[in-house]
Ligand binder design. Structure first.
Ligand code: ASP
Length: 307
């Protein structure tokens, strides 16, 4: 058994390890762990601690993939709901669809008994409004939100400082490879913006026969390259884990226009190897790792690559 997750996973990592050890399915174990991350206000990029969109509203994205059946559930831009990874799992289990967004996702949450959650942390609201006050004229502030938001998306959207996601990848006791993601996305994003975290093939992908991958940071790049799927497909075509990740990095580096910034790739192969690589990130990236040879989870440093 293996559990791999990014640094933000700390509130729920041990819980997922315990559930994996108890023989639970990888998705159940990881959704339970991510639930702890989503409730933890100190994690400033997921769930209650995350940052709102330009209008000061929280919109969450999440995805789950079962690498044995290749079943996927995803939700995007969901309001008023903290356990969005659990909601994505319910989409997978209960609907003939793969993805729900916005009001439809919230309607489904209500139908299956999820409460309406308070999602905007007072401190996030204060920082959001201060940022708008800096950027907008007095006249624009008086008219807000009835002003064009598109010009603001170039100036106030702040992906470098205040964004992230949590990603969990596991190999469970049945040797199934699975992935779960959850995020509040970019701070001050344009309302309705989806990142890569709910997009299968971009932010996450798993095939128990070959491997699994999940990405954090600039979803606008991994969506253009289909990064998670590239990695798993490369392994299917016979590449090693190292070569598959190198190929995905090469594809990301080929992008020359549009919004370009850092990307972090987390990947497992079906032989028990793992790899975490950061591309063009200023800060040092760490991740959590546990397998059966370790008595405690380890917080390790990712490989770093600059183009
Ligand atoms: N990848 C996420 C997104 O694009 C954000 C992040 O991980 O920083 O929404």
């Amino acid at each position: 058994m293996i559990l791999l997750a990014n640094s933000e996973a700390w509130p729920g990592f041990s819980k997922s390890v315990e559930l994996l050890k108890a023989g639970r399915h990888g998705i159940d174990a990881m959704v339970a762990g991510i639930g702890e991350v989503e409730r933890e206000v100190k994690v400033r990029s997921v769930g209650f601690g995350g940052w709102p969109n330009m209008l000061g509203r929280m919109e969450f994205d999440a995805g789950v993939m079962d690498g044995t059946t290749r079943q996927v559930g995803a939700v995007g831009a969901v309001p008023d709901t903290l356990p969005v990874a659990a909601l994505a799992h319910e989409v997978m289990k209960r609907l003939p669809h793969v993805m729900l967004t916005g009001e439809g996702a919230r309607r489904f949450a209500t139908e299956i008994g999820f409460p309406h959650d308070e999602t905007l942390y007072e401190e996030s609201k204060r920082v959001w409004w201060e940022r708008l006050e800096k950027e907008l004229s007095a006249e624009e502030l008086a008219r807000f939100p009835n002003i064009p938001l598109a010009p603001l998306s170039r100036t106030i959207t702040d992906p470098e400082r205040v964004r992230d996601t949590t990603v969990f990848l596991s190999r469970d006791s049945a040797a199934g490879l699975n992935v779960v993601t959850s995020t509040s996305g970019w701070a001050w994003k344009y309302p309705g913006r989806l990142g890569d975290s709910p997009i299968p093939g971009a932010g996450f992908y798993a095939d128990s026969r070959f491997g699994a991958a999940a990405c954090t940071h600039t979803g606008e790049m991994t969506m253009r390259c289909g990064t998670a799927r590239s990695i798993v497909l490369a392994m299917r075509l016979g590449h090693s884990l190292d070569d598959a990740v190198a190929l995905a990095i090469e594809e990301l580096c080929e992008l020359k226009d549009g919004f370009l910034a850092g990307v972090v790739i987390h990947a497992l192969d079906a032989h028990g190897n793992h790899k975490v690589v950061s591309l063009n990130c200023d800060e040092q990236i760490k991740y959590w790792f546990w397998d059966e040879s370790l008595s405690e989870p380890e917080h390790r440093v990712a490989q770093s690559f600059k183009s």
